[in-house]
Design a protein around this ligand. Structure first.
Ligand SMILES: [Fe+2]
Length: 132
């Protein structure tokens, strides 16, 4: 049984999927069950470069930055996407990133968010909740 907004990855071909609407079946790709991606949090090793940080911008906006020390963005190692999920789970927003981008996503309403998550091509899925 899957749940809304869960992420699953195929460790053979790299397909990564999000559950939009859940069902009872097991997700399979390349003939194997897909791996459920559990997000790591700030207490994990390498957290400082991966855990999303909610912060204010200079012009009174808000943003999610990946890492208290911004994550590297090279061809070999980079943040592939950032996603925010609303508290009521009615809305999510996903932004793709590419090498040489800055892994920073502008957001509108920090307090309306349950969490942000970021995916690194080498170190997997990370998440955090806005404070306050
Ligand atoms: Fe990384």
């Amino acid at each position: 049984m899957t749940e809304r907004l869960e992420l699953y990855k195929c460790n053979i071909c790299g397909n990564l999927v999000e559950v939009i609407l859940p069902g009872v079946g097991e997700l399979v790709c390349c003939g194997e069950p897909m791996e459920y991606l559990e997000a790591k949090k700030s207490d994990s090793e390498y957290g400082e470069k991966h855990v999303p940080v909610f912060s204010a911008t200079d012009n009174q906006g808000e943003e999610v930055r990946v890492g208290s020390t911004l994550h590297p963005m090279t061809e070999e190692h980079y943040i592939q996407f950032v996603e925010t999920i609303a508290k009521d789970r009615r809305r999510s927003e996903l932004e793709y990133f590419y090498p040489s981008d800055e892994p920073i996503m502008m957001i509108k309403d920090k307090l309306g968010l349950e969490k942000a998550r970021a995916f690194c091509n080498l170190h997997g899925l990370w998440e955090s909740e806005p404070e306050g």
